[in-house]
Design a protein around this ligand. Structure first.
Ligand code: MN
Length: 198
């Protein structure tokens, strides 16, 4: 194309590949084109990676409320993030997690089950997380439920836009376990104080 890059993508690719113990290379013919390649070792998925990394304080702080069992809903299309959150919530005896892989399913589930807190990915197929949050806000059944954004869009402008749009909180990916638990606990406290006012 006529667009010329800065070349920084290639530098980053080389660093990333080398950090993972891989090899990167290029074969180029003037006037014809170039083939860029890299090789990586295969590895098994780190299923139990969380077992040693969760601080004990983060897993034994159930929020007190009139009923001690909390229902959360997580709307997320990325299976890895979904598994991570499922593993985190499984450690909380006081929490039950409902999941949906797109916003339409999530909104239907929210209306039916009325979870105390909703965790919302922003980049979803079809209806975006921001649109979905607005739909939930405009529905009197679900308007009171705090919705926390969980997004890989981590620039200060993204976070500000998210908060302005009406999210109760904004967590960035990759998920930080203690931040995640703290945000969840404060959203649950908020939900509990909402309930006792109604
Ligand atoms: Mn997504």
């Amino acid at each position: 194309s006529s667009e010329e890059g800065t070349g920084i993508g290639l530098v980053m690719s080389k660093r990333l590949v080398e950090l993972m113990g891989g090899l990167i290379g290029v074969e180029s013919t003037v006037g014809v084109g170039s083939v860029f390649w890299f090789e990586l070792d295969s590895a098994a998925a780190p299923i139990h990676i969380l077992n040693d990394s969760i601080p004990a304080s983060g897993i034994r702080t159930p929020v007190q409320s009139r009923n001690n069992f909390h229902t959360l809903l997580y709307i997320e299309d990325n299976p890895a993030n979904m598994r991570l959150v499922e593993q985190l919530i499984a450690r909380r005896a006081d929490m039950q997690l409902l999941t949906a892989t797109d916003a339409s399913l999530g909104i239907a589930l929210a209306r039916e089950k009325l979870p105390e807190v909703i965790l919302m990915d922003i980049n979803l197929p079809g209806i975006s997380g921001i649109q979905a949050m607005k739909i939930l806000r405009d529905d009197r059944l679900t308007a009171h439920i705090p919705v926390l954004a969980i997004s890989a869009n981590a620039m200060p402008g993204d976070i500000e836009r998210g908060m302005k749009a009406g999210f109760s909180g904004y967590l960035t990916k990759p998920i930080n376990v203690s931040e995640f638990m703290e945000a969840l606990d404060s959203a649950l406290l908020f939900a509990a104080s909402n309930n006792s006012m109604n």
